[in-house]
Design a protein around this ligand. Structure first.
Ligand code: UDP
Ligand code: MG
Length: 317
């Protein structure tokens, strides 16, 4: 008896790609089932993240035509990470292993075979890692790589060049379910769960159709969230900077006294202005960073739901 695989795919306004994605997924799942690698109770679970286009209608139609496809409909748009979590938490009720991937076919679905193999070898988490970024625009490549480097520098433990294409076993998902944080950054949380893990390399393709739902603004806020929900290093940096400036100002004080005693001129207006601006800027920046953490705590203490599921369509048998 082989294990049940659920493939969770968050979708936000993906009407252009869903027909193709579902077609390719069907071929892949059927081949895995016929090879006996996964149970015929396996499903492809689409999560509709409050799309305003025909995405949910398409998912419902797919489900009514073929029980391989199931769907989760969220109450409104909650963003990729929350939609993914909603799918993972729903799928774990029935699945032995769950693979998460994007709807736009950028993640090579042929890597699924290797992921499932690793699962049977005993890995609870299998990370899909991009072998190259040849198909990315220079801008995307540059920002993405800068993001990983910055994350590492700031002390967040994430797998290099791994997005959210990964396999997780049921017990890894049970572990994930125990992380109650509202500021969700799955890439950072998953390595924290522990258990044996493995890596599968794949080539990332270009988006099959439609536009990226991650414009620069979302990307920046995602990176900032990632850093501030995983490390308090930015606060430490502020403390270091503060101490450095204190030491410098003492040295400056001594220097100005020496100049005064030796009969030099009064300290100039420009240097005074410059230092006021510098200190003011640093203070504002520091308050901003500290405010960010306080804002995070505020959000966490409210314990608001991370997603609300409107309906689930799935034929379990
Ligand atoms: N997505 C989502 N909710 C959102 C934005 C995106 O569920 O608010 C989904 C989207 O449908 C896709 C995945 O997240 O399946 C990744 O988005 P996209 O391909 O636009 O990002 P990129 O690959 O450009 O980083
Ligand atoms: Mg994409």
């Amino acid at each position: 008896m082989s294990d049940i695989l659920y493939v969770v795919i968050p979708c936000y306004k993906e009407e252009e790609v869903l027909p193709e994605t579902s077609k390719r997924m069907k071929v892949k799942m059927e081949s895995l089932i016929s090879q006996g690698k996964i149970s015929e109770k396996s499903r492809v679970m689409f999560v509709n993240d409050g799309s305003t286009d025909r995405t949910w209608e398409i998912i419902q139609k797919l489900h009514s035509e073929d029980k391989l496809f199931s769907g989760v409909d969220l109450s409104r748009n909650r963003g990729h990470q929350n939609a993914l979590l909603a799918g993972l938490m729903t799928a774990k009720n029935w699945a032995d292993m769950v693979i998460s991937m994007d709807a736009d076919l950028q993640d090579d679905i042929n890597a699924i075979d290797a992921m499932v193999d690793k699962y049977y070898e005993g890995c609870d988490v299998v990370y899909g890692v991009r072998s190259s970024r040849a198909t990315d625009t220079f801008f995307k490549k540059f920002t993405a790589e800068a993001f990983y480097k910055l994350m590492k520098l700031m002390g967040a433990n994430i797998v290099f060049n791994h997005a959210d294409y990964r396999l997780m076993s049921k017990r890894a998902l049970e572990g994930l379910a125990q992380f109650g944080e509202v500021n969700l950054f799955l890439r950072g949380i998953v390595p924290e769960i522990g258990y044996p893990s493995g890596i599968v390399e794949y080539e990332r393709a270009e988006r099959f159709a439609g536009e990226s739902k991650y414009p620069l603004k979302k990307m920046l806020s995602f990176a900032f969230d990632g850093i501030t929900s995983f490390s308090i290093k930015p606060i430490r940096l502020i403390i270091d900077l503060g101490s450095l400036i204190c030491i410098l100002s003492v040295i400056f004080l001594v220097y100005s006294i020496v100049v005064k005693i030796s009969g030099g001129s009064v300290a100039g207006w420009s240097s005074l202005m410059a230092s006021i601006w510098l200190i003011g800027g640093i203070q504002l920046l520091s308050i901003g960073v500290i405010g960010e953490y306080i804002g995070k705590m505020y959000k966490e203490t409210k314990h608001r739901p991370r997603f609300i599921i409107k309906s689930v369509i799935n034929e379990v048998e």
